[in-house]
Structures are given as structure tokens and as C-alpha cells.
Design a protein around this ligand. Structure first.
Ligand code: UGA
Length: 453
């Protein structure tokens, strides 16, 4: 394997993982960022992102001399020795959704303006961020240089397992209209031995959306199936286990929940709808996937209403509810597009009084890593936070389990029951054993579960 000289622009979640992991594969990596304080922290081995194994990898690779951090793109480019300029430049800059659902490519543009003219002939520019179809083409136009190859190399990292996903990928996708550039990028990953899809730029760009939208569709399907299970007296856990043995379906990503959220699935489903609209294609399946997800939040509220009042139209006014878990999934402090917060907003609109608890927002040593020593906030988007689950449950008429933190499973549910005003647990992730809840004198309401009937 040839070690390559790589420059990574942007040290966010994707850029830092890419830089540290490529260095661990033996490449010489310089990461550029415009944030001076952040670069200084990274040089000291301080990583702001909570990702298992990332800060260790950054420290290890920095000490090994394969990874360094520089303020500014031009300075990063200049940091390579004379005649040894970077062979590959990864763009890992934000591409937020701009007006009309079109991704804002100003960050890509400004990087190209700044360093485009200074890149050595034969350099390959790689788009790593999730970008709309056509970005590689636009990047090539911005560059106005036929001697630079532009490649799309989407990442498929999950929050909470980014390093593992990067170093053990299901596949590598490399798309370019320049075959040689694509092969050079694919070679960077050769040591991983992963199946590699070499394709054109538009297909690679579309593939990222296609994957995330398929995953979203799988979850909307499971959530709808859980609802059907409730109506026909079937059990979603058995149904998903049974269908999951079919290798064409697979066991993963089949857990029902309060709806999918986070910074990727919601953004990408909407973006692909825009792509379809712009191409004059009515993507009904994708629209139904999104609508099912929006409806799922209301469905949880309806379940709570029925469980607490005994009526479909009962009032939740002044009903105290305890929310366990506010992040978009367990193992993160990320609240972006969190279904838990969407449900909290609906419950508040219905007049309920909420108290939350989330293991990411307490002062314990485990949670502190999320905030670099900062004290825990006292509220999250209008939901006051308690220091522990039992305090949050004090006087509650129901406890809602909204994220799948493992510690909710092992809570002392008799102590929880003693603290509550009424013994109802609505487990939107089906994570707590219903028999344990029942032994504690609690009524368990899950999603699509036979044990609840
Ligand atoms: C997702 C994809 O899984 C990654 O492959 C992709 O690279 C990433 O988006 C991205 O585009 O950057 P992530 O947003 O970190 O990763 O989260 P997931 O673990 O996929 O979870 C997404 C949502 O689905 C969460 O709200 C989660 O709670 C929910 N979910 C997941 C379920 O409700 N049930 C499941 O069985 C799995």
C-alpha cells in the first residue's frame, strides 16, 4: 500500500473522523480548520466530539507524526513540504439545507476559491459531506481546472460508532467521471478490504441519499407494522425476528420507536424529495415514509392520552409526565431533530407538565464527557431536567421511555413506582422488560406488543 499525502478541510464530525482514520491507515494527513481555538485544542489532543475511540486515535496518530492540525486552508496547503503537496484533498465542510431545500454550497465554493488555484496538477478533490446530486460537477466548474479530478466519496458513519464504521465499512463508494482520480481515492482504503463500488459522481451522490432514505423507510414500515400488530393481536418483536432471518431483509434497523430523528435521516429524506421534485418525479413512497414518521409522534401522544385518561379524547391538561431520554438516540448528547423533543412539544401543547431525565445531561463522570466539564443544563428546550430518573418520576402520572439508554432497563422500577402518582409506563422503544414493570406494580404500554393486551 502506498501512503498518500492527504489534506482534510474541516474538522467537524466527518472531517476529524476521516483525518484520524486515514492517518491510522498509514497516510500523512493534515487537517485544516478556520477555528483557531479548536485547532489548538486538537493539537493538545482535546476532541470536542464524543465518539468512542476518536480522541485516542487523534492522540495516537498525532504522536506518530501522521496527523497534524493547521489553522486555515492556505496555511494547511503550505504546510506540506516543497514538491510534496497533498495528492488528495477531502472537503468535509458543512453543506446545510438552504432556501427551498437546496443545499448551500458556499463553504465548498469558498474553499475552492481559496486553494483551488494552488493545488498541484493531478490533485484529487473529494466531496465527503452529504451533498446534492450534481455537486461534483459544480465543484469541477468552480475549480475551472481540467488537471484536477473531482470525486464523490460519501460516508456512512453512524453517530456513536463513527470510528468503527470508518475502519470496518460495509462498502466504500467512490464516484467520479475521472476514472484515474476515482481509483486513487479507492486505493486510500485498500487496507480495509471492503467491497468498493466505483461509479460515476451522480450515482455516488445519490447513493448516500438512497441508503439513508431506505433506512428511514425500513423504520417507518416497522412503526406502521407495530401499529397493525396492536390492532390484530400480533407481536412486533416476533414479526421482526421472523422477517429478519430472511437475508434479503436482515435483523438490523427493525426496532420500532417514537420515529426516526437525528441530523441525517430527516434532512436526507427531505433532500431526496427535493431532488425528485426537481426531476419531476413524484416519489410517493418517500413522502409516505416521512408522513408515517410525523404521524408516529402524534401516535405516541395518543397512546399516552389513552393510557392516562382511559379515553382517546381525554385531557392531558396539568397532567405531570416524566420523560426518560431526550436525545435522538441513546449514546449521544445530540438533540437535533429528536423525536423525544417533538413529542414533548406536542404534550406541552396538550397542557401536560413535563420533567425530563437524560443520562447525557447529568453531572456523572460518564455524562461529563459530553460537555467538557461544563455543568449539566437545568432544562432542554423548555423541558426542566431532574438529576436522576427517580426524581423525574416524582408525582408523575406516567413515565415515557423515549430513548433506548441501557440504564433505563436496569432502573429499580419498584422505586420508580413508589415515586409516581399513577403506575403507568409508556415505553416507546420497547426496551424495558414488561414483566419487570408488572412485578413493580406498573402498567406497561409498549409498541405493538402482545404482552400489553
Ligand atoms: C444515520 C445512518 O444510519 C448512517 O449510516 C449515516 O451515515 C448517517 O445517518 C449520516 O447520514 O451521517 P445516525 O443519524 O447516526 O446515522 O443514526 P442511526 O443510528 O441511523 O439512527 C437514526 C434514527 O433511527 C434514530 O432516531 C434512531 O433512534 C432510529 N432508529 C434506529 C430506530 O427507531 N430503530 C432502529 O432499529 C434503528
Amino acid at each position: 500500500m502506498f501512503a498518500r499525502r492527504v489534506m482534510v478541510v474541516g474538522t467537524g464530525y466527518v472531517g476529524l473522523t476521516t483525518g484520524a482514520c486515514l492517518a491510522s491507515l498509514g497516510h500523512e494527513v493534515v487537517c485544516a480548520d478556520i477555528d483557531t481555538a479548536k485547532v489548538e485544542r486538537l493539537r493538545r489532543g482535546v476532541v470536542d466530539i464524543v465518539e468512542p475511540g476518536l480522541s485516542e486515535l487523534v492522540s495516537e496518530q498525532t504522536s506518530a507524526g501522521r496527523l497534524s492540525f493547521v489553522v486555515g486552508n492556505s496555511a494547511a496547503l503550505a504546510s506540506f513540504e516543497e514538491g510534496r503537496s497533498p495528492e488528495v484533498v477531502f472537503l468535509c465542510v458543512p453543506t446545510p439545507m438552504g432556501a427551498g431545500g437546496v443545499a448551500d454550497l458556499r463553504a465548498v465554493e469558498s474553499v475552492m476559491e481559496e486553494v483551488g488555484a494552488s493545488l498541484a496538477p493531478g490533485t484529487v478533490v473529494v466531496n465527503k459531506s452529504t451533498v446534492p446530486v450534481g455537486t461534483a460537477e459544480r465543484t469541477a466548474e468552480m475549480l475551472e481546472r481540467a488537471d484536477i479530478g473531482v470525486v464523490s466519496n460519501p460516508e456512512f458513519l453512524r453517530e456513536g460508532s463513527a470510528v468503527k464504521d470508518f475502519l470496518g465499512p460495509d462498502r466504500i463508494v467512490v464516484g467520479s467521471d475521472n476514472q484515474d482520480a476515482a481509483e486513487r481515492v479507492a486505493a486510500l482504503y485498500a487496507r480495509l478490504g471492503a467491497p468498493t463500488v466505483l461509479t460515476d459522481a451522480a450515482s455516488a451522490e445519490l447513493m448516500k441519499y438512497a441508503a439513508n432514505c431506505f433506512l428511514a423507510m425500513k423504520l417507518s414500515y416497522v412503526n406502521a407494522m407495530a401499529e397493525l400488530c396492536e390492532r390484530v393481536g400480533a407481536d412486533i418483536a416476533d414479526v421482526t425476528e421472523g422477517i429478519g432471518y430472511d437475508r434479503r431483509i436482515g435483523q438490523a434497523f427493525l426496532s420500532p420507536g417514537p420515529g426516526w430523528g437525528g441530523s441525517c435521516l430527516p434532512k436526507d429524506t427531505h433532500a431526496l424529495l427535493q431532488v425528485a421534485d426537481a426531476a419531476d418525479f413524484e416519489f410517493r413512497l418517500l413522502r409516505a415514509t416521512i408522513d408515517t414518521n410525523t404521524r408516529q409522534r402524534q401516535r405516541i401522544v395518543d397512546k399516552v392520552r389513552l393510557a392516562v385518561t382511559g379515553k382517546r379524547t381525554g385531557s392531558l391538561s396539568r397532567v405531570r409526565l416524566c420523560l426518560l431520554g431526550l436525545t435522538f438516540k441513546a449514546g449521544t448528547d445530540d438533540l437535533r431533530d429528536s423525536p423525544a423533543l417533538a413529542i414533548a412539544a406536542l404534550l406541552r401543547q396538550a397542557g401536560a407538565e413535563l420533567v425530563g431525565f437524560d443520562p447525557a445531561f447529568v453531572d456523572g463522570p460518564e455524562a461529563l464527557k459530553f460537555r467538557d466539564g461544563e455543568p449539566a443544563p437545568s432544562e432542554v428546550e423548555g423541558v426542566p431536567l431532574a438529576a436522576d430518573a427517580v426524581s423525574a418520576a416524582q408525582g408523575a402520572e406516567a413515565v415515557l421511555v423515549l430513548t433506548e439508554w441501557a440504564q433505563f432497563r436496569s432502573l429499580d422500577w419498584s422505586v420508580m413506582a413508589a415515586a409516581m402518582k399513577r403506575p403507568i409506563v409508556v415505553d416507546t422503544r420497547n426496551v424495558v422488560d414488561p414483566a419487570t414493570l408488572r412485578r413493580a406494580g406498573l402498567t406497561a404500554v409498549g409498541l405493538g406488543r402482545r404482552t400489553d393486551f
